[in-house]
Design a binder for this molecule. Structure first.
Ligand code: DOR
Ligand code: ZN
Length: 341
């Protein structure tokens, strides 16, 4: 038996409307808090939009009787953000800005064309002074496997120029990025389940698997192993962020298929399996909760204990949404830990 205190997912795409309604149970039942990403159809570019979305999530959580679930909100960084807007956000308890480079991934059309210019530097300065956290999807528009590495220079520039601003490398995927955590006091990271256990071969190695296509793209086995080792170590600069990102099958299969892995249904069981396999169960609590509470200074975590028992079961093959469906990560595969309801 494994008991986890307040699992927290610091990077998740919960979507809106019908998809939100259908996928929220996988997170709201078993996690105490989730950082909801702002790349919706109408991006959450200001406090009001983020608060409306928070209400939508909370309403759905109530319908599920999940009263002990806190959505943590973020604002989509854009050049029109002002100091007043950030003050307003802070009053509403929103302290996270999410930076997408334009075109880097799903829902990044409204992202930054230029990461470092006069306007963005002003925003970073205000964010630093107001104690915001800057979460970054760090990818250049270069060669796919080098995109995160190439973005490293920008991470460095921001870290040096704004030493009090906490910067998060979201979904760290390239082993060459790990040094940044050690070189700069104000750089942190989230790690996904999929980057811990898969490489590019899982996308294209035995026929194309669109359900493993995500951004940043899965990398080499050496990268995977280094990311896994970092997560298993319980390093205090790293917290868990699933980047669970559901897409309808029809959107996965069309031309320019959608990037995103819907991992929410398997997260805690698979993490238990991996941490047990490598004899690191003692570090799982840090990775799944404690580090996030410290890094993001999270308050009012609902106090939820989740127990997993050793029991085999098969992951469902799909989740129906109207006339379409979403395929979860590890569909039809056997898991060995089950969450006790
Ligand atoms: O694979 C991804 N999917 N990566 C992202 O950064 C965004 C996400 C999505 O929203 O589908
Ligand atoms: Zn994401």
């Amino acid at each position: 038996m494994i008991t986890l205190q307040d699992p927290i997912d610091m990077h998740i795409h919960l979507r809106e409307g019908e998809i939100l309604k259908n996928i929220l149970p996988f997170s709201a039942k078993y996690f105490s808090a989730c950082l909801a990403m702002p790349n919706l159809k109408i991006p959450l570019t200001d406090t009001n939009k983020a608060l409306d979305y928070k209400k939508e999530i909370q309403h759905n959580a109530q319908e599920l009787n999940c009263d002990r679930f806190s959505p943590i909100m973020s604002i989509y960084l854009n050049e029109s953000i002002t100091k007043d807007e950030l003050l307003k956000a802070k009053k509403a308890d929103i302290r996270i800005l999410k930076l997408y480079p334009k075109g880097a991934t799903t829902g990044s059309e409204n992202g930054l064309q230029e990461i470092l210019n006069q306007k963005t530097l002003e925003i970073f300065e205000i964010a630093e002074s107001l104690d915001f956290i800057l979460s970054i999807h760090g990818e250049s528009n270069g060669f796919s496997l080098d995109r995160e590495f190439e973005f490293g220079e920008i991470f460095k520039q921001i870290a040096i120029n704004f030493p009090k601003l906490k910067i998060i490398i979201e979904h760290l995927s390239d082993r060459r990025s790990i040094d940044l955590l050690h070189q700069y006091e104000n750089i942190f990271a989230t790690i996904t389940l999929h980057h811990m256990i898969m490489s590019l071969d899982d996308v294209i190695g035995k026929g194309l698997n669109p359900h493993h296509f995500c951004k940043p793209i899965l990398k080499t086995p050496k990268d995977r192993d280094a990311i896994l080792e970092l997560a298993l170590s319980g390093d205090e600069k790293v917290s868990f962020g699933s980047d669970s990102a559901p897409h309808l099958q029809s959107n996965k299969l069309k031309q320019n298929g959608a990037a995103g892995i819907f991992s929410a249904p398997v997260l805690l069981p698979k993490l238990c399996e991996i941490f047990e396999k490598y004899n690191k169960l003692e570090n799982l609590q840090k990775f799944i909760s404690d580090n996030a509470i410290n890094i993001y200074k999270l308050k009012n975590i609902p106090n939820k204990k989740i127990t997993l028992i050793k029991e085999k079961y098969k992951v469902q093959d799909s989740i129906r949404i109207d006339n379409d469906f979403i395929v979860p990560f590890l569909a039809n595969e056997e898991l060995i830990w089950r969450i006790k309801d």
